[in-house]
Design a protein around this ligand. Structure first.
Ligand SMILES: C[S@@+](CC[C@H](N)C(=O)[O-])C[C@H]1O[C@@H](n2cnc3c(N)ncnc32)[C@H](O)[C@@H]1O
Length: 85
């Protein structure tokens, strides 16, 4: 059985592509579906706001690993204007 990785904020699947090439299965969560030409997320994609997830949602598929790469608001030009901190 292949190990399963959950990729939170998966985008186009940078993390996922690495895991798939090493023989893992991947489920990605993202708030939107990213498609640019023929580029799209390469694993199973679940459209979901990850701030609505709880631990049980992830435990029930028994992942070997959970990775996350949320947006880097501090590096965005308009980040502070959109989200004061
Ligand atoms: C830094 S990019 C992800 C890069 C990707 N992990 C990779 O390796 O190529 C951040 C992603 O977070 C997603 N995102 C932002 N807010 C989110 C939320 N609340 N729930 C789920 N995904 C979210 C965006 O749509 C975007 O695809």
């Amino acid at each position: 059985m292949k190990p399963l990785v959950i990729d939170l904020c998966c985008g186009l699947g940078g993390w996922t592509r690495g895991f798939l090439s090493e023989g893992w299965e991947a489920i990605g969560f993202d708030i939107e579906k990213h498609e640019y030409g023929d580029k799209r997320y390469p694993g199973e994609l679940i459209l979901r706001d990850i701030t609505t997830l709880c631990g049980y949602d992830l435990r029930c598929v028994n992942p070997a690993l959970v990775v996350a790469s949320p947006p880097c608001q501090k590096l965005l030009v308009y980040g502070d204007a959109l989200e004061p901190r």
